[in-house]
Design a protein around this ligand. Structure first.
Ligand code: SAH
Length: 362
């Protein structure tokens, strides 16, 4: 942020809050920024800030719908069955997935967990019979759940710890009003020791000796959601797919980023007006799910997953049926599965109830 912020802008609210109560945790900064961001707009698509896989091609949602239908059929076609989507955006993935699933007799009840009023309105237009929820807590507890979350976990607030000469501290956001152009947000280390907040496991060992300035990022909100989903799978049956950019092995460093108008910007430049996200720590989430005895089906690249489900055949069929669109269909396929495109950066993590069948794609 370089110019003096508008008095009702989120930046101005943060400045007043920091003046009154001291630096904010990064997690609070990110949570409030994204709440304001998603509440006030539809950020998806060419006119928005970023494009997601279901908005690139119908093939993405169709193959996910077939994966869910295949799991549900081989598990015994239990009813009632619930399609649950976390952060369904424009509702495009649900539309494509449910159309494909319907051909196999899967017509689940539809539940959307969504916080944005702007996006709920778009979802309602495509899914008039859906039910909306503020959290998973109100989703019915009888009957298997088939859950999908695409680019949802990456929007949840991360916490960062930084190694200082005095030990580990929380990374906080302060405001420097002495800098030019009206002041700027900046990172400072919190005043309280946080050594006990380091994640357990291998990383903890490495981190004890980590050099000054090392950053460890965790996402307690994502862990809490995966824990709840795993509990539901174990209790009710079902399967879940979490798709996001992320990493499977523990790592250090900040992955916080901000996107506006399809470009990367400084995360402090426009709080509430840019999309803040962080890479998903799939290794940590797999452990959380398994701690409740849900089955972790694997975490694989999006390209590998979609190829195994037959995206190449599907693209060829669509292209043959509409030769005038063949070039665009092939370009979309390559964007979804290409190395260095979404194919490797994005990962798919599958979870299932203990006695559910072996999945395709992993
Ligand atoms: N899955 C969609 C949209 C991804 S954008 C797609 O792939 O196109 C992130 C979505 O998660 C949006 O729908 C946003 O409004 C929703 N969202 C973000 N944070 C949320 C939260 N804390 N609770 C519920 N929904 C949230």
């Amino acid at each position: 942020m370089s110019a003096k912020p508008h008095s009702d802008s989120l930046a101005a609210i943060f400045v007043r809050l920091i003046a009154a109560t001291g630096p904010l945790s990064l997690a609070q900064f990110m949570a409030e920024s994204n709440a304001r961001y998603y509440m006030t707009r539809d950020p998806l698509g060419g006119d928005g800030d970023f494009v997601t896989a279901p908005e690139i091609s119908q093939m993405f949602g169709e193959l996910i719908g077939l994966w869910l239908a295949d799991m549900w059929m081989r598990a015994g076609c239990d009813e009632p069955v619930h399609y649950v989507e976390l952060g369904p955006g424009r509702g495009t993935l649900a539309r494509d997935a449910l159309l494909a699933a319907q051909r196999f007799g899967l017509t689940p009840r539809i539940h959307f967990v969504e916080s944005s009023l702007a996006l709920k309105a778009r979802q309602l237009a495509l899914h008039p019979t859906a039910q909306w929820h503020d959290s998973l807590a109100s989703v019915p507890t009888i009957g298997p759940i088939l859950l999908v979350a695409n680019e949802f976990l990456d929007a949840l607030p991360v916490r960062q710890l930084v190694r200082t000469p005095q030990g580990w501290r929380e990374r906080m956001v302060a405001f420097d009003d002495t800098s030019s152009g009206g002041g700027t947000f900046m990172f400072v280390a919190g005043s309280q020791p946080r050594d006990s907040a380091l994640p357990a496991g291998n990383l903890e060992q490495d981190c004890r000796e980590a050099p000054e300035g090392t950053i460890v990022e965790t996402c307690p909100a994502a862990a809490a959601i995966v824990y709840e989903v795993a509990g539901r799978l174990v209790a009710q049956g079902g399967a879940a797919l979490f798709i996001d950019y992320g990493y499977a092995e523990p790592q250090t460093g900040s992955t916080l980023q901000a996107v506006r108008d399809h470009r990367s910007i400084d995360p402090f430049a426009a709080p509430g007006d840019s999309d803040l996200s962080a890479h998903v720590d799939f290794g940590a989430l797999a452990q959380v799910a398994q701690s409740l005895e849900a089955r972790w089906l694997g975490t694989v690249g999006q390209g590998q997953f979609l190829r195994a489900l037959g995206i190449e055949d599907r693209a060829a069929k669509l292209a043959a049926a509409a030769p005038q669109h063949a070039e665009a269909i092939i370009a979309a396929r390559d964007r979804l599965i290409g190395e260095g495109e979404m194919g490797t950066l994005f990962k798919v993590m599958g979870l299932a109830a203990p006695r559910w069948p072996e999945p395709a794609g992993f």
